[in-house]
Design a protein around this ligand. Sequence first.
Ligand code: MEV
Length: 426
Amino acid sequence: MTSRIPGFYRLDPDARLAALSERAVVPSECVERYRTQGLTLQDADLMVENVISTFALPNAVAVNFRINGVDRFVPMVVEEPSVVAAVSNMARLARVSGGFTADADDGVMIGQIQVVGVTDVEATVAAIEGARDELIACASGIHPRLVERGGGMRGLEVRHVRYDEPGYPPEDMVVVHFLLDCVDAMGANMVNTVAERLAGPIESLTGCRVALRILSNLADRRLARAEVSVPASAFGADGEQVAADIASAWRFAWADPYRAATHNKGVMNGIDAVCLATGNDWRAVEAGVHAFAARDGQYRPVTSWRFEGGVLKGRIEVPLQIGVVGGPIKVHPTVQDNLQLMGVTTARELAEVMAAVGLAQNMGALKALATEGIQAGHMRMHARTIAATAGAVPREVPHITARLCGEGEFSVERARELLDEIRSAG
Ligand code: MEV
């Protein structure tokens, strides 16, 4: 199966679905569901409180991805034009050298239990450390099915944390971190349950009060990585310059947090869109990625780009707390269909895809910024909306869009004139 469908972007949504169905990546029952129904109001009402309706967004498919030697279509839910086109273009360039390689850690999440009112830090730490095995055994019994699926407790660490904000009285706390491998689930509920259950035993051991019991979204035991190498020639005649400029744009982000924030926003354009398409908690992923980006004390880019020996080499490493089971994933029919379309069955595979998408999205943004700027692409997409607003039917849109872009004139009036012109020419 190849994820290359030349001209996919020129098709209408029905024809795109048909093209995917012909390649057997979308079974016929999914085609029908994609066409006719997404989340029902009844199911939405079970997901959150105070529901009055559902809210639709574009569900698009990025093409051309090859990750660890496997071709994949990638569903992306996003409202911003150019994101899907850019990532698909970069995935096409990456194919020249075999696509992306990616890997991800086990699904280990961190739970935090905060012990407060600590007067003797050393004794409190020692009391918890001395009972580590019993605490792990107690936690292991909480989710027996998780253990059957290959997950479960992976460790327990005790940390001394000091609040020492200038001008206020300092405060010592002891924080227990337990590590729970949630395998194919994001795991928030499982982690929070363990955190709450361990609170009582920890209070008994220490004689201190437990305050917060909650997962940490800085999921740095659950990292995903992707790499890509693109020969400069893949970027066209002035490819050496483009590749060098991409690497230079990355150095700017490394050195300057103001640029790094925008750089990482571009990475998250891709990762968030796949999170949404797969029913994952993108706020958790965002929180984790940005906290991880600041781990050395300065906020840095989560990717790196170096141009060496005629080859542009990109790398990403990000915490990805995502799952393919549990929560809204089970309830939302489009999420199920999207997972099937992507062909991923494990959280590890999904994290690998997300990492590759984040890297490709970043390459697309930096390439655009290093060359024509991002407005040209945005205006091309905007021209389609203008054509439709002027009354063009889907088969007329590409022609009107091409003319508007060629003339650099993006008004509805001009689109109407062009429409009259092509209609009167028959
Ligand atoms: C826009 O959504 C994302 C970019 O600003 C990212 C970047 O500047 O690297 C283009």
